[in-house]
Every structure is written in structure tokens, then in C-alpha cells.
Design a protein around this ligand. Structure first.
Ligand code: ZN
Length: 498
């Protein structure tokens, strides 16, 4: 093998990465600044990019280059790029281009239909779109091949190496301890008063304070932006241009403040990737679960922690003197950690959050398998909410229409959120062992030490290590639910006086 073979391969890989980056920039625009009537044109543009990307990934010439390189490259960078592009290529050749284009177009239209259906709380208006997308994704799963469970084929795209049996086992193990812990907290002697977070928080102050927090934990606004969208997200078009969004609610502190810490956590991962490997697997995030571990780590493990507010609460009171001026730190810290079963996943506390994911995982699997009919989704959803969390949505907007994922044609993605929580707990435990005075550092406003630890252990490696390898490398053990359960009980016991 000559270097020119690898260079020719790399040139193609970079183009694939650049097409994906353009796609993500257009997606960002669709959710932020595009006027409503731009939708038709945007659907065509995105469908074109999706099919161009697919052509590049499935190109027989790329396959030939991979054949020539496999077994002949030896340095870790080249090995990683070849291994991961092989994965992309093999998936792509199995899926007809026409199917890719149909999914892209169907999902752009479904997103618009979903937004309207959710605003009107009208599931039947969204149902035909869901039916179409589900059918298209069944076709994708069958093209990719699976051992009888279509869900495995879809999950593997977001969390390489994970399978539904393994996820189901983790979730089964989590269910009972979480439900028991929620009941324990509800019966605890000390109860937080979450109403202090429902006072009036002026938007300008929220924006100023949220930006201040994002910058303090290390988000670089010279290499990124914060804008407003209905559904907060973070999209990376390259480590020098990382864009995230939030939404402001003047009657609720948590939405923007913790939303920004979450998305900025995703942003730190994107900004921490190695720019010399831009647009190649070595310069891209490992998996969605690992991505989510970074956002949850900053949002919850750091951002809802006592040291964080020891440092920031004075500033917070000065930004919101009317709402928080007379509220002691203890009460505030307890309130941002209030645990209560609720309807909306993105507003759920750390304890009940994973139960929201269990619901989606079970329902998605049943839908893909044809065990639940589309028209029965609302009732199936409500029944599961009742079973898992003991609450029943009043309407579809706060039930089965709350999330955008299915409208994006994304099935098999939800488990990565719960995996992210488990990864985050295991990483945070390892970080505390590696940096024994981490709490004191956070209390002093030193976020750089933790950020650099995350960067050098996770971000900088791109896709060099698969999720399970990364977890084992960092913590010395495979992923388990124990660090997460330990973290919850250590954290919530003092807050609730247990
Ligand atoms: Zn996230």
C-alpha cells in the first residue's frame, strides 16, 4: 500500500464529512431562522444532500480503496478511519439511494406536521406521517439485516455495538431501584419547594446568565453560537463552528438555564474534537450515548451539584433579585433537585428521567414489531406512563407528541439518552478518583481541570475507541448501573434528609 492510496481514501472521507456538515448547518437554519414558507425548498435541498452523501458512502471506488487498505494500515489514526468508514460503507451499500431520499423528504414534511399536531394536541393529524416513516425505517432495518429484531439494526447506527437485549437488560435492572427510590424520596422528611423556580425570571437576565455559565464551563463563543429554537439542540459543523439553541420561559428557571448547560456540554465535546482530523472518524464523536454523557455530566453532575451553586448562587441572586433575593442557597439547591414524576421528558429530574426512556424504548420496539397499531399509540403511551411513573397525560401534546424524534424518522435513538446517564455516572466517578479535590475546584469556579480531563480522556480520541472500550479504558470496568445508583443515593439523601 502506498501513502497515495490512503490520501485518495481520506479525500473521499473528508467530502462525506463535509456533506454531513453542510446538512447539519441547513438543519440548524431550518430550526432557527428559516421563514415558514422556506420548508418546500429546504426539503428538496436536504433530500439532495442526503442522496449525495449516500452516493459517496456507497461508492464502489470507496469500497476498493477500503479493500486495499485493510490489513495494511497500522497506525491508530489510519486504523480508526478505515474501520469506521468500512462500517459506514457497508451500511450504505445495503440501502437503496431512493429509500434514503424518500426518508429525508418524508421526515422534513413530518417535522412540520408534527409541530402543528403538537400545537393542536392532535395525534391523528400526525399519524399518517408516523405510519409512513415507520414503514420506511422497517425497510431500512431489513436492508441492513438483523437477527430477528429490527430494532438492533436501527440502534446500531446511534450506539455502535449496542444491541437491544443488552439495553433491555440494563433497563430492566434500573426499573425497580428507580421506582423504589422515587417513592422513598416522596416519603422523605425534607421536601424541596420547587415553586421558587416558577417565579418571574426576565428573559434578558436569563440569556445573560446562561451565556455566562456556558462561557464559564469553557464553551468558546468565538467557535460557536447560542440561538433560540422550539426544541433545543446542538449541531456541530466543525470544531470551529458549534451551534446550540435553547428556549426561554419567563415563568420557569430550569428550562433555559439547565437547557443551556446541557447543550453547552454537547458543544464542549464538539469543540474538544481534534481539528486536524476534521471530517474524518478520528475527528468525530464516538456515539450518541457518549455525546449525551457529556451533556448530562455538565447539566446534572456538575450543574445541579452543590459546589457549582456554592460558586454561582450569589451571581444568580443578583441576576434575579426579585425571584431569588430572599431564597437561601439550601432551598434553591434543593429546588433544582426536586424529584417528582412528570409528563415531559426534557423537564424530568435525574431520578425519573430514565423511566421516560424505558417507556419510549418499549413502545418503539413494539411499534417496529407491529405489536402496537399506530392509532393505539396515545393509549399505549398513557398506559405506560401510568405504569412507570404513576401519572397520566391530559392530552397528546404532553403525551406521545412531546418529542420530535419520530417525526425525524429516528427510531432506536432514545436508549442513548439513558445510556448517556449511565456513562456520565461512570465517567464522573472516574474523574473524581483522578482529581481528588474536584469538588473544591468546582466550588472555586475551576471548571477547566474537569474539562481538560474530559477532553484528554474522551474528546480528543474521536472514534478511536468504541463506546464499550472507552468506558473500560476510563473506569476499568464495563458499563453498569451501579455508579449511577450510587451517585443518586449519595446526592439525594442529604437533600431529602434521608
Ligand atoms: Zn442531549
Amino acid at each position: 500500500m502506498s501513502d497515495t492510496t490512503y490520501e485518495a481514501f481520506l479525500a473521499r472521507v473528508r467530502e462525506i464529512g463535509q456533506l454531513a456538515s453542510i446538512e447539519s448547518l441547513l438543519d440548524w437554519d431550518s430550526e432557527t431562522y428559516m421563514p415558514p414558507n422556506g420548508l418546500g425548498v429546504r426539503a428538496e435541498q436536504l433530500a439532495l444532500l442526503a442522496s449525495l452523501g449516500h452516493q459517496r458512502r456507497s461508492d464502489p471506488r470507496l469500497g476498493e480503496l477500503l479493500d486495499q487498505l485493510e490489513g495494511r494500515v497500522s497506525d491508530p489514526v489510519q486504523l480508526t478511519n478505515v474501520r469506521e468508514v468500512r462500517r459506514l460503507h457497508d451500511r450504505a451499500v445495503k440501502i437503496p439511494e431512493d429509500l434514503v431520499r424518500r426518508i429525508s423528504r418524508a421526515s422534513t414534511l413530518a417535522k412540520a406536521a408534527w409541530a402543528k399536531a403538537r400545537a393542536e394536541s392532535n395525534f391523528p393529524a400526525f399519524a399518517p406521517h408516523l405510519r409512513e416513516l415507520l414503514e420506511l425505517k422497517r425497510q431500512v432495518a431489513d436492508c441492513l439485516g438483523h437477527g430477528g429484531d429490527r430494532y438492533d439494526a436501527l440502534l446500531d447506527e446511534y450506539e455502535p455495538g449496542a444491541d437491544s437485549a443488552q439495553v433491555a437488560a440494563l433497563f430492566a435492572a434500573l426499573r425497580e431501584p428507580l421506582s423504589r427510590f422515587v417513592r422513598q424520596l416522596q416519603a422523605a422528611p425534607r421536601q424541596p419547594d420547587p415553586s421558587i423556580l416558577r417565579r418571574r425570571f426576565p428573559r434578558e437576565a436569563q440569556e445573560r446568565f446562561a451565556r455566562r455559565l456556558a462561557a464559564a464551563i469553557g464553551f468558546d463563543f468565538q467557535s460557536g453560537r447560542l440561538d433560540v429554537s422550539n426544541h433545543p439542540f446542538c449541531s456541530g459543523t466543525g470544531s470551529g463552528d458549534v451551534r446550540f439553541t435553547t428556549r426561554y420561559r419567563e415563568d420557569f428557571f430550569n428550562a433555559a438555564i439547565f437547557g443551556v448547560l446541557h447543550e453547552a456540554g454537547h458543544g464542549l465535546y464538539e469543540q474538544g474534537l481534534d481539528p486536524q482530523h476534521a471530517f474524518t472518524p478520528m475527528g468525530q464523536a464516538v456515539s450518541l450515548g457518549i455525546h449525551e454523557s457529556q451533556s448530562r455530566l455538565w447539566e446534572n453532575f456538575v450543574g445541579r451539584g452543590r459546589p457549582f451553586w456554592d460558586h454561582f448562587y450569589g451571581e444568580c441572586q443578583r441576576e434575579f433579585p426579585e425571584a431569588l433575593g430572599g431564597v437561601p442557597l439550601d432551598s434553591f439547591h434543593a429546588a433544582v433537585n426536586h424529584v417528582a414524576p412528570s409528563m415531559i421528558r426534557v423537564e424530568a429530574d435525574e431520578v425519573t428521567y430514565n423511566l421516560h426512556i424505558v417507556l419510549r424504548f418499549e413502545l418503539e420496539r413494539a411499534l417496529l414489531a407491529g405489536q402496537v397499531a399506530i392509532e393505539d399509540v396515545p393509549s399505549a403511551w398513557n398506559q405506560k406512563m401510568n405504569e412507570l411513573l404513576g401519572v397520566t397525560p391530559r392530552n397528546d401534546a404532553e403525551g406521545c407528541l412531546q418529542d420530535i424524534h419520530w417525526a425525524m424518522g429516528i427510531f432506536g435513538y432514545f436508549p442513548t439518552y439513558a445510556l448517556g446517564n449511565l456513562y456520565a455516572a461512570q465517567f464522573f466517578e472516574a474523574a473524581n478518583a483522578a482529581i481528588p479535590d474536584l469538588s473544591d475546584r468546582l466550588r472555586r469556579g475551576d471548571f477547566q481541570t474537569l474539562r481538560e480531563w474530559l477532553r484528554s480522556n474522551i474528546h480528543i480520541h474521536g472514534q478511536r475507541y468504541r463506546p464499550d472500550e472507552l468506558v473500560a479504558r476510563i473506569s476499568g470496568r464495563p458499563l453498569s448501573i451501579e455508579p449511577f445508583l450510587r451517585y443518586l443515593s449519595d446526592k439525594f439523601a442529604p437533600i431529602y434528609g434521608l
